[in-house]
Design a binder for this molecule. Structure first.
Ligand SMILES: *Cc1c(COP(=O)(O)O)cnc(C)c1O
Length: 224
């Protein structure tokens, strides 16, 4: 099947039509992104700084570029001018760097805080205690050029749907709990980015507002 047909079939299964589909185009050639663009996609997800920069220069300016992967602090400056949303903010140090780069170019940069919900130790993200510590710190209250729009999480890569569901549910619970807190004005929790090709239906059942889908649209990847 082609990209357009894949998109239609993915969209037709959505349990929540308001859930945003971020098309994860990492490793894929620009022609594939154009095909998705022509089929109506405006939100693209990439996980490498150089690749997102290169592709951004080649597609129309109404594309919203989502940085979904692990981001190194020293590379924030390259995407700060155009990135629509940084999904994988997993440390206060990174958030401070995003704030610094935003300040330099007078831009408030939207971010999601990545929470570690999976069993695997390899996945990035804050655990609950780290999150608490950051939210309560004085330095956090002083940020001026970031907007925290919600949370992001990746479930364990497993066939065990109960486990995946449990992890997504935990993220949603944390999200709801944080919403009851008094937090600085730049924290406006609206989005939960959870769900990929293999688990987006479970994620939508558990309250996802954004799914990041790659292989179900563009086909499998060799790398990335
Ligand atoms: C690659 C990637 C995805 C998409 O994965 P698929 O299984 O191809 O849908 C989603 N989120 C992140 C963070 C990724 O790195």
């Amino acid at each position: 099947m082609g990209i357009k047909a894949n998109l239609e079939s993915v969209k037709s299964t959505f349990l929540n039509p308001d859930c945003l589909l971020v098309a994860v185009s990492k490793t894929k050639p620009i022609e594939d992104l154009r095909e998705a663009y022509d089929a109506g996609i405006r939100d693209f997800g990439e996980n490498k700084v150089q690749e997102i920069q290169e592709k951004q220069a080649l597609l129309p300016s109404d594309v919203r570029w989502h940085m979904i992967g692990h981001l190194q602090s020293n590379k924030v400056k390259y995407i700060a001018p155009f990135v629509h949303l940084i999904h994988g903010v997993d440390s206060f140090k990174l958030l401070q760097e995003i704030n610094k780069q935003g300040k330099k170019i007078n831009r408030v940069i939207p971010c999601l805080l990545q929470v570690h919900i999976a069993e695997e130790e390899t996945k990035f993200g804050f655990d609950k205690a780290e999150l608490e510590e950051m939210l309560n710190s004085t330095e956090f209250q002083e940020l001026t050029h970031v907007q925290i729009a919600g949370l992001m999480g990746m479930a364990t890569f497993t066939e065990n749907h109960d486990q995946v569901r449990k992890e997504f549910r935990g993220l949603k619970q944390l999200f709801e709990e944080l919403k009851t807190r008094t937090l600085p004005g730049f924290v406006q929790l609206k989005e939960i980015s959870m769900g990929m090709s293999g688990d987006y239906l479970i994620a939508q059942e558990e309250g996802s507002t954004m799914v990041r889908i790659g292989s179900a649209i563009f086909g499998s990847r060799n790398v990335g």
